[in-house]
Ligand binder design. Sequence first.
Ligand SMILES: [Zn+2]
Ligand SMILES: [Zn+2]
Length: 350
Amino acid sequence: MIKYLKPKQEYSDLYDKTTISYCRDMEKLWFDPKHKPPKHKGKNLSKRQLASLFEFQLHFITGEKYLKKEEVINKWMQRDEERDRLLEETPPPELIRCGTCNSLMESESKHLWGDKDDRVLFFFVCPNKCLHNKGVFDNGEVWKSTPTLCEKCNSEMTREPEKVKNKIAITKYICTKCDHSFIDKFDLRTKKEKPDPNFEKDKARFCLSEEKGYKYLDFKRRMEGLSEIIDKHKEKEKNKDLYDKVGKLKKLTIPQFKEFIVSILKDTHYSNLIFDKPDMDRIVSLSFTLEDSKTENEYESSANLKKLLKEKLKETNWGLMSEGINYRLGILSGRFRVYEKEDDLVKLIK
Ligand SMILES: [Zn+2]
Ligand SMILES: [Zn+2]
């Protein structure tokens, strides 16, 4: 039994209604003289300026409302589907007996209960038609009505059976101790909605068609792209010196870099430079070995080469890997790496 879930169009209409009412409120607030209207450089805006500023604002409001529509409607439908499922699938509590004749009672109807509609209340009737039906929750808890108390003597009041006259339900409450009584009226007529002559006109203004909504989405994406470019530009302005330095670095390819290293070492006591095959992984690296014919001190030898390389590599987009230089039996070895991305180069210089 589907009780809560309605056709999608109804949710769509409800969403449009809330959008229209939201935008109407905004408009009222915007043009209300009691509410401080926005100013430009301390000056009040003319009516025309104010109106065009509002239209500009409205462009964003209606666009965002359009973009959220599908998601909100789906949420609403899901919630009602869950209500239906809870009501449908929750079994009634068992072995509920009549307080008068002790017969097993039968569940006659059921309803969702609670602020969040998250409990099911079952109404039980006696097969022998005893009075006092019972309301029992799905967990077996018996529903109790809160007693109405007399406002004069605070005693419990009884209720006469409800009478319906001209679609108005009338219930008389009588005090059990004193002579106080009162009548409670409940209007059963479904309230007609007031006619809203501007509804269609405002719907056209505030609820975007698919075509207009798509245009807004396109506009928004372009705006976001633009602000990204501006942010990037600002960041570059701020780190102008860094980016200038990056621009001046010698960006060397692997063969160019090999030649560069050979030229550095040409007139030194290092010889027999050998490069391994470059490692073309995420970070491109290049291992090397060379011979030191002069230095006998292990520490001094690697420290000297490190100093020399570091000094020369500063001008390029290459660097030594963090493991540094190894020395063993007159052979020095190490690894270079390249910095390819601009961001990495900025970090390198920093
Ligand atoms: Zn009974
Ligand atoms: Zn009383």
